[in-house]
Design a protein around this ligand. Structure first.
Ligand code: ADP
Length: 443
């Protein structure tokens, strides 16, 4: 809206400038005429000064905006032709060196007011009348007048055609511009929707994982809780039994064990809370891989329970990787839970053996997650990372996990792919680039 107003103002300014230039033009030509002929034709000079002044008044009126621009432009065209006609009559009529100006006038009008037909049409008609007036006053024969009118009419026709062509081209350009703007707006809108959908998908997947883990959490918390409770009962009994001397070493062991249990419960709750918290989006894109692997293993352990184990072989001194810590945990957790599912769905009695290995490679850090499941069927392999592709029974899988993992990883400049291990089972290979050195370290 603001732009449209600015455009209208700019057009008005340009139109006003035209009026002032036209207003100055005729008096200047009169002055040049006086100098060249070294005469002072008072009528000619005064008439042109008056025309100049009238143009000034019209420029002011145009700014007031009470009369529509095309009416003002038509009036300005008539004024310019009247001024030119008086000039021609007072400088020699049909023999005036300025008579040919009548031929140029329709083109000049078309050029100055291309946006509308009216000023050129009105100005052209008045020019034809002016030619007749100048000729009749000078006693030019009727035949010559008619021939002149034919010539001038043709020129007027050409000028009108020119303005029409210009308007059509301008309209086509305007429509093309509008279409481009609309296309850009649609593109921005669909990008926004795509972003919203991706965020929603990520949220759903995360909540599904939290749900899958929740059942295991109770069991995981119950174990340490059981021995914490037993230890507290023992301590209570010991304190109340005044006959038995308190064994300091024994007490220390019991307390250390109790503390371990409480810490374990705290760790599980903290991990789950961290993982289930809504994405803040402001996390720094760097992660300590070792910590992420340990956190993912702890989280996965609530599902694994006694069904298997996750062994680690992480090279010491791995550099930080360029992805948010919680994303790395999410990716690894997804791979671990998928591996547990694969083993369990193939044979519920089979123990899962999952290995996570990580080492430094030239382009970053390479992480491999191997399992002893049935591997990935050939026909499934190319579709693995498609959103909503799942082979799990309803309620067990969303088919979003791997698609999202790959999205996070590739956005960070890494890669994630799957293969079958030569000895059986699946292998997921994750490559992550190294995080840039922190600013403090560079300084
Ligand atoms: P979901 O786990 O919800 O099915 P994912 O995108 O995480 O979605 O996994 C897609 C599919 O990839 C799974 O349904 C499964 O068929 C296959 N898959 C993933 N991990 C493994 C694995 N370790 N072994 C065999 N198949 C796997």
């Amino acid at each position: 809206m603001g732009n449209a107003t600015d455009d209208a103002k700019a057009l008005l300014r340009a139109d006003r400038k035209n009026y002032l230039v036209c207003g100055a033009f005729l008096p200047v030509v009169a002055l040049v005429h006086c100098l060249v002929t070294w005469t002072l034709p008072v009528g000619l000079v005064v008439s042109q000064l008056m025309v100049g002044a009238l143009f000034g008044v019209m420029a002011w009126g145009l700014g007031a905006g009470r009369i529509p621009t095309r009416i003002m432009d038509s009036a300005a065209a008539v004024l310019a032709i009247l001024g030119s006609t008086v000039f021609v009559i007072l400088s020699g009529g049909p023999d005036s060196p300025y008579f040919h100006v009548f031929a140029a006038l329709p083109f000049l009008l078309a050029m100055f007011t291309p946006a509308s037909l009216l000023p050129t049409l009105v100005g052209g008609a008045v020019t034809l009348v002016a030619v007749v007036v100048v000729d009749v006053l000078a006693g030019v024969p009727a035949r010559t007048i008619v021939l002149q009118l034919v010539g001038f009419s043709m020129l007027l026709g050409l000028a009108l055609f020119g303005t029409r062509t210009y308007r059509r081209m301008a309209e086509a350009q305007r429509l093309a511009h509008q279409a481009r703007l609309q296309a850009l707006e649609q593109l921005a809108e669909s990008e926004r929707r795509r972003g919203d959908a991706a965020r929603e998908r990520a949220e759903v997947e995360r909540l599904v994982m939290v749900g899958q883990l929740a059942a295991g959490v109770a069991h995981e918390v119950n174990n340490p809780l059981a021995f914490v409770k037993a230890n507290l009962c023992f301590l209570e009994r010991e304190v109340e039994d005044t006959h038995r001397p308190l064994e300091r070493d024994e007490l220390r062991d019991v307390l250390a064990e109790t503390r371990q249990g409480v810490l374990r419960i705290q760790q599980i709750v903290t991990d789950l809370k961290d993982f289930s918290r809504a994405g803040s989006g402001g996390d720094e894109a760097r992660a300590v891989l070792e910590e992420a692997v340990l956190e993912a293993r702890r989280l996965a352990s609530v599902r694994l329970r006694e069904r298997g184990e996750v062994s680690l072989a992480l090279d010491p001194g791995l550099p930080e990787v360029r992805l948010e810590q919680r994303r790395v945990v999410q990716v690894l957790l997804n791979l671990l839970l998928n591996a547990v599912d694969a083993v369990e769905l193939a044979d519920p009695s089979c123990q899962a053996h999952i290995t996570v290995r990580a080492w430094r490679v030239e382009e970053g850090v390479r992480v491999e997650v191997d399992d002893n499941g049935p591997g990935i069927p050939k026909e499934v392999l190319p579709r693995l990372f498609e959103p909503f592709f799942t082979t799990k029974p309803p309620g067990r899988g969303t088919g979003l996990g791997l698609a999202l993992c790959r999205e996070y990883v590739s956005r960070a400049g890494g890669s994630l792919h799957a293969e079958n291990r030569p000895g059986g089972g699946a292998r997921f290979v994750l490559r992550l680039p190294v995080a840039e050195a922190p600013i403090a370290a560079l300084a």
